[in-house]
Design a protein around this ligand. Structure first.
Ligand code: ADP
Ligand code: MG
Length: 328
């Protein structure tokens, strides 16, 4: 059945049934004119929003509705993680073409519910309209202790530049999907796992000076940290932890494997800076608690140059060539 046969109100009822009741005690959620929430007491409120457009951010030819739903909310959760926060309430504004199947919407909301449940998010409102293409705007609230939020601007000269997990896997996964390669690891692109617990631990450790999530690629994120912190940086290409699918996809597509990590994006790992003599402590703690390795890939410099040493030991500028929506 197409959603034009169901109508807006029944569609919202259907979405609401999939989402279930919020876990947090709220005063009003889906069904009233505004959500009425209890503000976090003694904490700071975090607010983030992201917009996703069909055939720009996702395609129904390479992702299932479940995966699109999962990823739409996951990318917002990652923005809260990168501040050291805990995600709380989500608002989902969505445009679907009138001839969309109701099953598509159901699956989309099931993906969103599952990622919401995994990360403790309550979806408490939104808006539903018809649109020529699918368009999704999510707003997500979060909270963080007053003394443990982390900005992009805090990097200090001599700090270690570190990264959680591995990178490049998402854009390598996209190549697998687009070229229909028989290589494992498309999940890295379709079902990202934001690093909320790791971000909370790092922020509360007191040793992390700046943090950002890897949405546009490592090169772009390092440039953001340096710009906001008014520092330079030097990175060692060979130290960048590549995802397991990258090497085979790079071989197949005849690309430098590190280009997936540097310029690909959508890995949703955390890139952060810390005092270099605290690196080992943070590494051991995060590995022990969450089974995720942390790797140092470079350090912060006092001049404003941002450079990378390539595989051959040659020092070259590290351009912020991540995905940019306005560049042709
Ligand atoms: P209004 O006309 O007052 O804006 P709506 O009919 O748009 O109300 O929405 C009714 C209720 O359903 C509101 O509480 C709204 O937050 C919620 N809602 C609407 N669309 C969605 C959606 N896509 N996901 C979650 N909640 C939604
Ligand atoms: Mg409305």
């Amino acid at each position: 059945m197409q959603i034009k046969e169901i109508g807006e109100f029944n569609l919202i009822r259907r979405m609401s049934a999939i989402l279930g009741t919020p876990k947090r005690p709220i005063i009003a959620g889906i069904g009233d004119d505004s959500a009425v929430l209890n503000p976090p007491s003694g904490k700071l409120l975090l607010v983030t929003t992201d917009m996703l457009v069909e055939n720009v951010h996702f395609s129904t030819s390479t992702a299932t509705p479940y995966q699109i739903g999962w990823k739409s909310l996951a990318v917002n959760i990652s923005d809260i993680a990168s501040m050291g926060g805990e995600p709380t309430y989500g608002f989902i504004s969505i445009g679907f073409p009138r001839d969309t199947d109701a099953e598509f919407v159901d699956e989309f909301y099931t993906g969103m519910r599952d990622v919401a449940e995994k990360y403790g998010v309550d979806i408490v409102g939104g808006d539903t309209v018809s649109s020529p293409e699918i368009i999704i705007n999510i707003s997500l609230l979060g909270e963080v202790e007053e003394d443990s939020y982390i900005l992009r601007s805090g990097a200090k000269i001599g700090d270690a530049i570190c990264i959680t997990g591995d990178v490049g896997g998402s854009s390598a996964g996209l190549e697998i999907l687009k070229q229909k390669l028989s290589i494992e690891g498309a999940d890295k692109h379709l079902l990202p796992q934001p690093r909320v617990q790791e971000g909370r631990f790092l922020a509360r450790s007191g040793f992390v000076t700046s943090m950002i999530d890897v949405s546009d690629g490592v090169a772009s994120e390092i440039n953001h940290i340096c710009e906001q912190s008014k520092t330079g940086a030097h990175v060692y290409m060979k130290d960048i932890p590549l995802s397991s699918n990258v090497v085979s996809v790079a071989k197949y597509t005849n690309k430098n494997p590190y280009s997936f990590a540097l310029f690909g994006g959508e890995d949703y790992e955390l890139l952060f800076t810390c005092c270099p003599d605290r690196f080992q402590f943070l590494h051991d703690q995060v590995l022990c608690a969450y089974n995720i390795p942390i790797t140092q890939i470079g350090y912060i410099l006092d001049d404003l140059s941002i450079t990378i040493e390539d595989e051959y030991g040659k020092k070259i500028p590290l351009e912020p060539k991540g995905y940019d929506h306005f560049k042709s």
